[in-house]
Ligand binder design. Structure first.
Ligand SMILES: Cc1cc2nc3c(=O)[nH]c(=O)nc-3n(C[C@H](O)[C@H](O)[C@H](O)COP(=O)(O)O)c2cc1C
Length: 171
């Protein structure tokens, strides 16, 4: 298995397009590895560094994992991929099961951080959280509040992470 380095300035558009229908965010705490589907995310520059911002609700198991280890991989499909995995990893919680094993996904050793990538979702960003910010009702646009937070308060945490490595996993 090889890893072909990529320039995120060139593949940012591909990653953003893949967010619909969904990409994956993988975390690791101790020996536990867990992936969840994400559809919201931002790629850009801050502090002169390439940054991925993930928006994770506080109730997710992934949120708990990120508090214990502030590193994650972003896993983006390239070409054919197991589409059902997105729905599965986006509806079940890693609190209750080993979702990666259940989905039949293959872990791939990372280069720099502690969290593996996924062979079946080969475009990989290795990310290290530099800052997190809790979003709240008081400062949120009313239309967004009505559309996304009717049943609960705004409860996404924005995790700003430096992209420390980026590559495509190849056979
Ligand atoms: C296509 C898709 C996109 C999603 N995007 C997000 C997201 O950006 N942020 C979020 O907190 N949850 C998102 N979810 C929901 C989580 O993936 C879902 O709640 C998951 O079961 C959480 O897993 P965990 O408890 O193992 O962390 C999305 C789900 C799907 C199907």
């Amino acid at each position: 298995m090889t890893k072909r380095p990529i320039d995120i300035r060139e593949c940012a558009g591909d990653i953003i397009r893949a967010m619909r229908p969904g990409i994956l965010l993988t975390t690791k705490s101790g020996e536990k590895v867990n992936s969840m589907a994400i559809g919201w995310g931002t790629i850009g520059i801050e502090w002169e560094k390439p940054i991925f911002i993930a928006f994770v609700r506080t109730c997710r198991f992934t949120h708990e994992m990120l508090q214990s280890n502030g590193e994650f991989t972003i896993n983006v499909p390239v070409g054919d991929f197991p589409r059902k995995a997105i729905g599965f990893l986006g509806s079940k919680s890693g609190r209750d099961m080993d979702k990666i094993a259940e989905a039949g996904l293959t872990l791939v050793e990372p280069n720099i951080i502690s969290v593996p990538g996924l062979k079946e979702f080969p475009l990989t960003l290795e990310c290290r959280v530099l800052y997190q910010q809790q979003q709240n009702d008081h400062e949120l646009n009313e239309d967004i509040k009505r559309r996304f937070y009717t049943m609960e308060t705004a409860d996404h945490t924005a995790f700003y992470a430096e992209i420390v490595d980026a590559y495509v996993i190849e056979d």
